[in-house]
Design a binder for this molecule. Structure first.
Ligand code: PXP
Length: 241
């Protein structure tokens, strides 16, 4: 199973002082040494962490999958078409949020998202949609031409007790439905060393996209080791439970 490592929060630390350290390209090097199959960054409209130069440099440097997360705005579509990442993941974006709060509202923004997919496809870049674990979102993603979906695992990650099992079932059902629809299926958000194995065990998943927990552990054990430890969990549990 593919592990895409989101390095946004390396840039968050840099932006705290507005200098040059720590360098996201260095983070990408260490993540790849640790076994990352992909590097993800979210270029937010407010540029709170990742900057345009990071995206340009990482595109040149990253030889594994380079996934650009972005809102479906004209500015971001233009950047993606110029930079040509290996994958664009469309996400909703709100200025006040601490992190991406939910999946795309594909129903109410169907035409806008479809238009974005067409423009990104015209530059020969595959598109993934970050969606909530709901059948309707899966069906709409397929209908409007997405190549992949990333199922939002945040509600599963935050849930406690019996609700957690219910949220896991919602993710599992959405994964199955997306696979049946012929989509490639990923999952991500809020996954950490404790909660990831039940998601990694779901049959048919292409990959997981994980950021905050890996960068947090990296503060104590280093990024290469933090990635390796996560990769080992995925390798051990992937598709086996
Ligand atoms: N996938 C998507 C679409 C995201 O927006 C994020 C957060 O940037 C992640 C995965 C990674 O989430 P986390 O940092 O909680 O691992």
């Amino acid at each position: 199973m593919l592990l895409g490592v989101n390095i946004d929060h390396v840039a968050t630390i840099r932006q705290a002082r507005g200098g040059v350290d720590p360098e996201p390209v260095m983070a990408a090097t260490l993540a790849i040494l640790g076994g990352a199959d992909g590097i993800t960054v979210h270029l937010r409209e407010d540029r709170r962490h990742i900057q345009d130069r990071d995206v340009r440099l990482l595109r040149e440097f990253v030889s594994v999958e380079f996934n650009l997360e972005m809102a479906a705005t004209p500015e971001m579509i233009g950047i993606a078409r110029r930079i040509k990442p290996d994958l664009v993941t469309l996400v909703p974006e709100k200025r006040q949020e601490l992190t991406t709060e939910g999946g795309l509202d594909v129903r109410s923004q169907k035409r806008a998202i479809q238009g974005a997919i067409e423009k990104i496809h015209a530059a020969r870049i595959p598109v993934s949609l970050f969606i909530n674990p709901e059948g309707e979102s899966v069906d709409l993603a397929r209908e409007i031409g997405a190549d992949m979906v990333e199922i939002h695992t945040g509600m599963y990650a935050d849930a406690r007790g019996r609700t957690k099992d219910r949220e896991l079932s919602r993710v599992a059902e959405a994964v199955r439905r997306a696979l049946d629809a012929g989509l490639l299926v990923n999952a991500g958000h809020g996954l950490n060393y404790q909660n990831v194995s039940r998601i990694a065990a779901l049959e048919g998943l292409r990959g997981l996209y994980i950021g905050h927990s890996i960068v947090s552990r990296a503060v104590f054990v280093g990024l290469e080791r933090a990635v390796r430890e996560m990769k080992e969990i995925l390798t051990d549990t992937g598709g086996r439970i």
